[in-house]
Design a protein around this ligand. Structure first.
Ligand code: PLP
Ligand code: COI
Length: 344
């Protein structure tokens, strides 16, 4: 059934009719992409992903364009990141063409299920899991790659509003040499207890600090972090550099490229929690960003020492300008001068 124009979709609650599958076996490599009905997978209870966590995923969206067509946003970036995750988890890499073909096939098959209201899109979830039945602790010899799709609204039910974040001090997301830069299932499982604590503290998300000094801001549970500081009287957009413990976000990279074109200088450098929470400091705006939620203003940071408002606590001017510009590229309301949109 078509859900065009329907609101209240939420995020990841509904799925379209089709999914794409490909299989890898040691010795034979990847099969071709098969388009099939979205439904349960037959999996051995000994499938290695279930025991030792060889499970990686991606997230990207197909956006309705002005002429009614659909386009993926920078799918090649997700294909490359999936392969970096695969290498880190000793899983097989996937040819980029196969990744893009599988995503495109699902979008084409389910085009009538893509919601077309403001802020709506089709969220694609490509993933790869180890399916070989074995309890040996070693890389599996059989894998499944799949793409499923979910018609989505804006990620946060409240829409575009500033969120409160909670700074985890007793738990960490990733340490140097670990899997922080990989998009693997275990990273998310490991963040859920802290997320529950954040919610208990009246916050929406966790703001993770570095594992070593517990001093430097890294990212959120499923989004990268940015702030705007006043530097010689002019705004400077700052984000922590990719140190190996942070996920290299597609949205992060895109904003770093868009901002200078809007006259905003950018810097990738460490951001201390103290810098962010200094009430007399230079930080005037902060936001999180990712595919699912786009750009999300951060209104306040709660730490063990209390709650500190960022700026006036409302979505900042530069935050909103970047969000609007990104949306204009993604929904094709302005020319794709970056060549980022991939028609399906
Ligand atoms: N950081 C984490 C941990 C994430 O899960 C995500 C979401 O994918 C991001 C950052 C943002 O990445 P992207 O902009 O590619 O969606
Ligand atoms: C995304 O933005 O694609 C994410 O990965 C968020 C997701 C974990 C819900």
């Amino acid at each position: 059934m078509s859900r065009m124009g329907v609101t209240g979709l939420g995020f990841g609650r509904y799925f379209t009719r089709h999914m794409a599958l490909a299989r890898w076996t040691h010795g034979s490599g990847w099969s071709g992409v098969e388009l099939t009905g979205h439904g349960p997978l037959a999996l051995s209870p000994a499938a290695m992903a279930l025991h030792y966590g060889q499970a990686i995923f991606e997230g990207l969206k197909a956006y309705p364009q002005q002429d009614g067509s659909l386009a993926l946003f920078r799918p090649g970036v997700n294909a490359e990141r999936l392969n970096r995750s695969a290498v880190r988890l000793a899983m097989p890499e996937l040819p980029e063409e196969l990744f893009v073909e599988a995503c495109s096939a699902v979008v084409r098959a389910d085009a009538d299920e893509v919601p077309r209201g403001p802020g709506q899109s089709l969220y694609l979830r490509p993933f790869m899991i180890a399916v070989e039945p074995s309890l040996g602790v070693r890389p599996a010899l059989e894998y499944l790659f799949a793409v499923i799709a979910s018609p989505v609204d804006h990620f946060f039910a409240d829409g575009y509003q500033a969120i409160d974040v909670w700074c985890a001090s007793d738990q960490i997301r990733a340490a140097r040499g670990g899997t922080g830069a990989a998009k693997c299932a275990g990273n998310y499982a490991g963040s859920l207890a802290a997320k529950a604590e954040a919610v208990a503290q009246g916050c929406h998300e966790v703001l993770w600090l570095d594992a070593q000094e517990r001093r430097w801001v890294e990212e959120l549970g499923a989004m990268n972090f940015f702030c705007v500081t006043q530097d010689d009287g002019a705004p400077l957009l700052v984000t922590p550099r990719l140190s190996g413990t942070i996920l290299a976000g597609n949205t992060r990279d895109s904003l770093l490229r868009i901002a200078p074109d809007l006259g905003v200088r950018v810097a990738e450098r460490p951001v201390a929690l103290d810098e962010l929470t200094d009430p007399r400091g230079r930080v005037t705006e902060a936001f999180a960003c990712g595919t699912a939620a786009s750009v999300v203003p951060i209104g306040a940071v709660t730490t063990a020492h209390g709650r500190v408002r960022i700026g006036d606590g409302r979505p900042g001017k530069i935050t909103t300008m970047l969000r609007d510009e990104l949306a204009a590229v993604q929904y094709g309301t302005q020319p794709d001068s970056y060549g980022w949109m991939h028609p399906v």
